[in-house]
Design a protein around this ligand. Structure first.
Ligand code: MD3
Ligand code: FE
Length: 203
């Protein structure tokens, strides 16, 4: 099913389910070369979410700011290539939501544990804000917060389940969003984890 979240955003319920068996080993492969790590924000806080990246560009944070980089600062090598099964899913999801020919060059992989959260923020470090963001959720359920264009706008709460894919673009691209603190409710396949990956055109 396809639920509308905003004028240009949709939840494609369970779209990733047929590919889970291929996605999980691909994530393991990426994490072997570029391990999950907790980055520090420009404000000096260590993120409760652990992350890694694949694709040409990866999202990073440190005391100097947020940026996309071709080099993983932990391995000092390029980020692992985007696995084919990732790119196929991103393209299928974007098409289903009405965004043709989506060619992401960056995939940020976030790992949540019980208590991890992502406070309300905008994603505005990508060069082309006309391109959508595609997000895939695996493992434990999460309560997604979807606000407006101002931080103070009231945010809607949407539960995202294992296998759900969300596409955000157009008028919704700069809306504030976040993830509520994760509840400790283990998932059959991923235990006490939630993995979310977001495809972007960053460069
Ligand atoms: C709405 N990640 O990595 S994905 C992020 O579940 C991020 O890990 C969350 O927010 C997560 O930046 C939410 C959904 C998402 C991603 C990008 C967006 C929603 C978005 C960009 C614009 C509007
Ligand atoms: Fe975000």
């Amino acid at each position: 099913t396809k639920d509308r979240l905003g004028p240009d955003s949709f939840v494609l319920r369970g779209l990733a389910l047929p590919r889970v068996d291929a996605l999980l080993p691909a994530i393991e492969d990426v994490a072997t070369r570029s391990p999950f790590r907790h980055m520090v924000t420009p404000g000096g806080f260590t993120m409760s979410v652990a992350l890694t990246n694949c694709g040409e560009l990866g999202w990073t944070s440190d005391r100097r700011g947020y940026r996309y980089s071709a080099i993983d600062p932990l391995s000092n090598a390029v980020w692992p290539a985007m696995p084919a099964v990732f790119a196929q899913l991103a393209s299928e999801a974007a098409s289903a939501a009405g965004f043709a020919a989506f060619q992401p060059d960056a995939c940020l992989i976030n790992r949540y544990e019980p208590g991890s959260r992502l406070s309300l923020h905008q994603d505005r470090n990508e060069r082309d804000l006309g391109a959508p963001v595609v997000s895939v959720s695996l493992g434990m359920d999460a309560v997604f917060l979807f606000g407006g264009l101002a931080r103070s706008d009231k945010a809607a709460r949407i539960t995202l389940h294992h296998g759900d894919v969300v596409v955000w673009g157009g008028a919704d691209r700069l809306r504030y969003h976040g993830i509520m603190p994760m509840v400790d409710a283990p998932h059959a396949l991923l235990s006490r984890q939630r993995i979310n990956f977001t495809f972007r055109k960053a460069g």
